[in-house]
Write a protein that binds this ligand. Structure first.
Ligand code: ADP
Length: 262
């Protein structure tokens, strides 16, 4: 637990530091972009210096988009935890995903019809699913392949996966995202949740996707495990504590119930 706490503090510190740097950089980039824009208006397209200015402009635009992603990551979004059904959240994310994925990627859904209520921020959970599915898609590396997304009720007890031992025993919604892609080595697997850790080429990956996933799942008092091996594909498993559903789910204020689930 102490290790986890230290890890969380490290993440928090990196987030704050990165946010501060990104903020300053944003101001510097605004000056570069503004002035390069003015210079490009003064320098005719036929002038030999014009292509250099265009290149500066392109690079600065790329830098601005990177900085904006870092700012979005470090900004502590206030959470809106609300008691609600999980299925509509997943359905909406999958509709969005289908619209984004190329036709050659098969998306198989294995979603239980059993009603499952969770204390959740819908937008954040959708971001989790989108990040995991986008990574799954990238892992298929241009070839055809499949992504499976599933959801089922699962009881966690003393006999469950030891990697989930930090979660209280009880009923959970188990969500999984599986791909038939390249898989991960043990070295990569050990670092995936680190902010800015990426194996993707410069400009294609920020290394923030899974750090964001990790933060959101933690904030939902949930757990996450990964099964992966090179050439064998990858499966992410998420566990979110279920609210009691026998009686009517209590109307919950944001922040309520957290103590019980802790
Ligand atoms: P990014 O996608 O920008 O690199 P992430 O934090 O989302 O950042 O992922 C970090 C790294 O984890 C990726 O660069 C990749 O090496 C690895 N990874 C994540 N998801 C998968 C997956 N489904 N299959 C293989 N590798 C993955």
């Amino acid at each position: 637990l102490e290790l986890q706490l230290r890890e969380a503090q490290k993440m928090e510190a990196i987030g704050t530091l990165a946010g501060g740097i990104a903020h300053d950089f944003n101001n510097i980039l605004a000056a570069i972009l503004g002035n390069v824009g003015l210079a490009r208006m003064e320098v005719d397209k036929s002038h030999p210096a014009r292509s250099f200015l265009d290149e500066i402009n392109r690079a600065a635009v790329r830098a601005r988009s990177l900085v904006q992603q870092i700012l979005a990551f470090s900004r502590r979004q206030p959470q809106q935890l609300v008691a609600q059904g999980l299925r509509p959240i997943v359905d909406e994310a999958m509709a969005l995903l289908r619209a984004t994925l190329p036709a050659r990627v098969a998306l198989d859904l294995e979603l239980s019809d059993e009603p499952m209520s969770v204390l959740a921020d819908a937008t954040q959970l959708q971001q989790v699913l989108m990040n995991l599915c986008t990574n799954a898609w990238h892992a298929l590396s241009g070839s055809t392949g499949r992504i499976r997304v599933g959801m089922a009720r699962q009881r966690l007890d003393a006999y469950s996966d030891p990697r989930l031992a930090q979660l209280p025993q009880g009923d959970y919604a188990h969500l999984w995202v599986a791909d038939s892609g390249v898989g991960m080595s043990a070295e990569v697997l050990a670092r995936v949740f680190e902010p800015f850790f990426t194996t993707k080429p410069v400009g294609q990956g920020t290394g923030l996707g899974l750090a964001v996933v990790h933060g959101i799942v933690k904030a939902h008092q949930g757990g996450i495990t990964i099964d992966s091996a090179p050439g064998k594909g990858t499966t992410f498993h998420l566990y979110l504590p279920l609210l009691e559903t026998e009686a009517q789910a209590p109307v919950t204020q944001p922040g309520d119930n957290l103590g019980e689930l802790d």
